[in-house]
Design a protein. Structure first.
Length: 320
């Protein structure tokens, strides 16, 4: 009887120890950190965002942890996390932060928080981020009637207007067509690996009237693309050699091409319209990621954003 009791006691102790090990493995301190970035500049970090509050929310139980952006434009949150979905948001007077979601598998993560000065409610802000620092990915927009074919051979002949690196709101063509489309942040491969890989474009329509309806083939349409421009390292970057980037936007490991891992964010004014992730393993160089239709609904000017959305207010949404 004593031997049996002793055996049961040993088993009980082992169960407590195992349970203790489980708690230790799943309930420890993990961190998420990164830059707080003003995406209207090409700086590596944004000291103007110091003092901003960054909040991490567990989407399963709504628990939150908050950190403050430091004087050098970075933030760091350390908390007892469990595996699951999390959302990062930011706040500072006069600024708009783009919300971001990610899955924590219990490892330290880096998520750069993207912000811009509070915008007019009618301004569209497009931000594109990518993870692979070996790529220079360009954010490109074309504009014109919906029935015109896109051609994003940069600098080439095209019926549609184009905006990309080197073309800004001073371009008389876009102004004459009723738009102010500005590429406000352009990151190049030679900028180095410590610079957040983010490009940003703002779109303002100055058209007094859209003389078409939603179903009219000649309605105004803006198309937004991600384009793999070059691949390499800052040390051996050759701006004339774009061949290595071919297929690298989405990549294919069997072809020796890692994916750039592209994400695109759309904001209307200070409101989050949606977030879209590029596919992987499809060996593409260029992706048409977002379409914006501009048309009249009675007396109201409308903007409809269309794409395969991952999260946001809607994947197919209109606003006047």
């Amino acid at each position: 009887m004593k031997i049996k009791i002793l055996a049961l006691a040993i088993v009980a102790v082992l169960m407590v120890l195992v349970a203790g090990c489980d708690v230790e493995v799943t309930d420890r301190l993990y961190g998420v950190q990164g830059y707080a970035l003003d995406i209207t500049t090409s700086a590596a970090a944004s000291t103007s965002l110091s003092g901003a509050e960054i909040t991490l929310t567990n989407l399963d139980d709504n628990s939150t942890v908050t950190a403050t952006v430091s004087g050098n434009g970075t933030y760091s949150i350390v908390a007892r996390l469990v595996p699951g979905r999390y959302r990062l948001t930011g706040s500072k007077s006069g600024w708009t932060f783009i919300p971001q979601e990610y899955y924590s598998g219990l490892e330290d993560d880096r998520v750069d928080m993207l912000a811009f000065p509070e915008a007019d409610p009618t301004t569209l802000t497009i931000a594109m981020a990518w993870d692979n620092a070996y790529y220079d990915i360009d954010l490109v927009a074309t504009y014109g009637p919906a029935n015109e074919v896109s051609d994003i051979t940069l600098g080439g002949a095209s019926a549609r207007g184009q905006v990309y690196y080197g073309k800004t709101d001073s371009d008389p063509e876009s102004v004459a067509d009723g738009y102010v489309i500005t590429l406000e942040r352009d990151v190049e491969l030679m900028d180095g690996y410590n610079v957040p890989r983010v490009e940003m474009m703002s779109i303002v329509s100055n058209l007094n009237d859209y003389p078409t309806t939603e179903l009219d083939a000649s309605r105004e349409q803006i198309r937004v693309f991600a384009n793999a421009y070059s691949y390499g390292t800052p040390a051996n970057f050759d701006p004339g050699d774009t061949g290595l980037a071919e297929g690298g936007l989405t990549g294919a490991l069997a072809e020796g091409k890692p994916s750039a891992n592209v994400t695109m964010f759309v904001m209307l004014g200070n409101e989050h319209f949606g977030t879209w992730y590029g596919p992987i393993e499809t060996l593409e160089t260029t992706l048409h990621m977002v379409t914006i239709d501009l048309y009249m609904d009675g007396l109201n000017k409308m903007a409809k954003v269309m794409s395969a959305g991952n999260y946001g207010l809607d994947t197919f949404r209109s606003a006047q």
